[in-house]
Each structure stands twice: as C-alpha cells, then as structure tokens.
Design a protein around this ligand. Structure first.
Ligand code: HEC
Ligand code: HEC
Length: 300
C-alpha cells in the first residue's frame, strides 16, 4: 500500500467519524407529535404520584438562601457532586424565565426519555434520563401535567461546574458508547418473573425509581454496566451496597417492603446517607401495591 492510499483511508475514516457524530447530534429525536399535556385533576394526581415514585424531589427540591431545603417546592439549586463535576438540579416549576413554564408535551418526552433539551442540546447524565428512557409516554405526560400545575417560582440556579474537557457536545459520544457498551439488563425469564407484579416491580426499580443510578457499577467513563445490575458501586469516596439477589439473600418480600416504607433493614438497623432521602421522598410514598411489586422484584 503506498503512502497516498493510506492517507486517503485515514482521511475517509476521520470524515466518517465526524459525519456520524454530526448525524447523531443534529438529528432531532422524534417523539409523538400529537401528545398533549392534560390539565385534568386525575392526570395531575397521577403525575404527583409519579414524581414521588421517580425520586425527582431528592434532586430538584428548593434550596433556600440560608442553605436549608424545602422538598415541597421544586425550584432547584441542590448541588450534585460527582466524579465529573458539580451539577445543580434546575428549577422545574412552571416559571417562564427560570423554570419550565413554556414546556410542551414534546419537550417533556425529549427531556425525560432522550436526555435532550427543548433547544436540542444534551443533558448531562447527572439527570438520570437513561433510566427514565424506559418510561411510558403516558407517565411522562402525567408528570408534565403535575409540574405545570405547580406554583411558578422564580429562581435561577448556579451554572454547573464541570472539568474543561466535559462539554454537552461530548455527550453525543457518551450516549453512543453507553448504548454500545452498557449492555442490557438481564431478561426476566421464569414464568413467575414474567408475572405482572414482577414487570411492574422491574419498571419501578429500573426506570421510574432509577435504583441502578446509584447501585449499579459504572466503568471509568461513568457508563452503567447493566449486565451487573445492582452489584454495588463506588461514587467518589462512597461505596454503595450491592442490592442484587446475592446481596439480598437474608431479605424476604416482607422485610424489603418494610425497608421501602421505613428504611429499616432486617437486622433492625436504619439505613442512612442518600438512601434515607430515597426512602423519605420516594419509596415511602408508593402505594402498597407498588411497594410490594418492588419488593417482589428485588427478592425474586
Ligand atoms: C439524581 C438527580 C436527579 C433526579 C433524580 C432527577 N433529576 Fe431532573 N435534572 C437533574 C439535573 C442535574 C438536571 C440538569 C441536567 C443538565 O443541565 O444537563 C436535570 C434536568 C431536568 C429537566 C430539564 C430542566 C431544564 O430546565 O432544562 C427536567 C424537566 C427534569 N430534570 C425533570 C425531572 C423529573 C420529572 C424527575 C423525576 C422523574 C427528575 N428530573 C429526576 C437531576 C435530577
Ligand atoms: C441517590 C442514590 C441512591 C438511589 C437512587 C437509591 N439508593 Fe439505595 N442506597 C444508597 C446508599 C448511599 C445506600 C447506603 C446507605 C447507608 O450508608 O446506610 C443505599 C442502601 C440501600 C439498601 C440497603 C442495603 C444494605 O445491604 O444495607 C437497599 C436495600 C437499597 N438501598 C435499595 C434501593 C432501592 C430499592 C432503590 C430504588 C427505589 C434505591 N436503593 C435507590 C443510595 C441510593
């Protein structure tokens, strides 16, 4: 092979990579164009439930000037410190200037299921949209109905603090890599696992409750290794316990159910750290049926 054709090949390869990146970054994601946000009370009530079950409050709660937090208001400002920088959860009350007051159904679908902003740019995965990607459209629209029914609060949150090499544009590549190398969650296989209860539990654990965002190990690029779902993780200095079937050998459906309600473990110890927030703002607010489904899924 002569010098010239080698150079041509390298050049062709580089152009192909650039075109691929441009293609993925410029194509708007397609979502249901006919979807609309309802303003009826039932949709808003379902949305309120889903926002609790989805743990949105843990991140988007209001941070007052004196540093205290108010989980009843979703005006943002809470700092999420990660290995990839510090991210401030935005204001998701319907304020037009600093919140999501002008959002339409399609904006909610793109943000929660595809990690894309209304302007088409990419959200950092500090917003766990790769988990929320599996949500039903109806659930996302009910969440939108609830958020748009809240009182608008004017609050501009600080800019994210990220290392110089981390831009929103880099997330095109990150999401592609995550699709290619993240693997898939193990199939639910036995007849029992196929049951409706188990499906609901999986939906709550993997998608809405996004338990894996903390409990599933990540590789060096922060991509969740789904084949090792719930095998425990390292976040900065913190070790997050495994909650896979091996780790939960001592637990049964009832003890897991009680844990989701009160944060008490089978050995009567209470859980601490970020998990006590998850219990308070998220799992303790589930219906009995949803708590049971989660417990069934984890102790299957
Ligand atoms: C682990 C923390 C965390 C959780 C849980 C979380 N979010 Fe977020 N969310 C964020 C962060 C951080 C951003 C900003 C991402 C960025 O700027 O790239 C964000 C962005 C958003 C946005 C875009 C706001 C805008 O102005 O562009 C919406 C809408 C949103 N989240 C709604 C939700 C809903 C609804 C839930 C629950 C189903 C939820 N979030 C759960 C951290 C979180
Ligand atoms: C924001 C991160 C985060 C999320 C999201 C999260 N957890 Fe946790 N979880 C933790 C941390 C941190 C601990 C350890 C707490 C401690 O130090 O006591 C923990 C502990 C636990 C434990 C106790 C394990 C043991 O052996 O002591 C269980 C069970 C558990 N989580 C289940 C869940 C379930 C189910 C979900 C989803 C509904 C979930 N977690 C979502 C961070 C999280």
């Amino acid at each position: 092979m002569n010098q010239w054709s080698l150079r041509m090949r390298i050049l062709t390869f580089c152009v192909a990579v650039i075109l691929a990146i441009a293609y993925f970054s410029l194509t708007p994601v397609s979502v249901d164009n006919n979807a609309v946000i309802s303003n009826d009370d039932d949709a808003i009530a379902r949305g309120a439930y889903l926002v609790n079950a989805g743990g949105c409050v843990s991140c988007h709660l209001a941070v007052e000037d004196d540093g205290s937090t108010n989980p009843a208001i979703l005006s943002g400002g809470h700092a999420l410190v990660t290995d990839f920088g510090t991210f401030y959860a935005p204001n998701i009350t319907p304020d037009v200037d600093t919140g999501i007051g002008d959002w339409r159904a399609q904006d909610f679908l793109r943000a929660l299921k595809h990690g894309r902003s209304p302007e088409g740019s990419f959200y950092f995965p500090a917003f766990p949209y790769r988990s929320y990607a599996g949500l039903n459209d109806e659930d996302v629209l009910d969440i939108g109905a609830y958020l748009l029914s809240l009182n608008p609060v004017n609050n501009a949150v600080p800019e994210h603090e990220t290392p110089w090499w981390l831009s929103r544009f880099a997330l095109v590549g990150w999401n592609l890599l995550a699709d290619l190398t993240g693997g898939r969650e193990p199939e639910l296989m036995t007849a029992q696992e196929e049951s409706l209860l188990m499906q609901r539990g999986a939906y709550l654990a993997r998608n809405l409750g996004h338990c894996g965002e903390c409990h599933t190990p990540r590789n060096g690029l922060g991509i969740s290794q789904l084949a090792r779902e719930f095998a425990g993780a390292q976040i900065g200095e913190d070790t997050i316990e495994a909650i896979d079937s091996e780790a939960l050998e001592e637990w049964d459906r009832n003890s897991f159910d009680l844990f989701l309600l009160l944060g008490m473990k089978p050995d009567a110890d209470f859980v601490g750290g970020d998990m006590s927030d998850v219990i308070e703002h998220n799992t303790s607010r589930l219906t009995d049926a949803d708590r049971l489904a989660l417990a069934a899924f984890f102790t299957r």
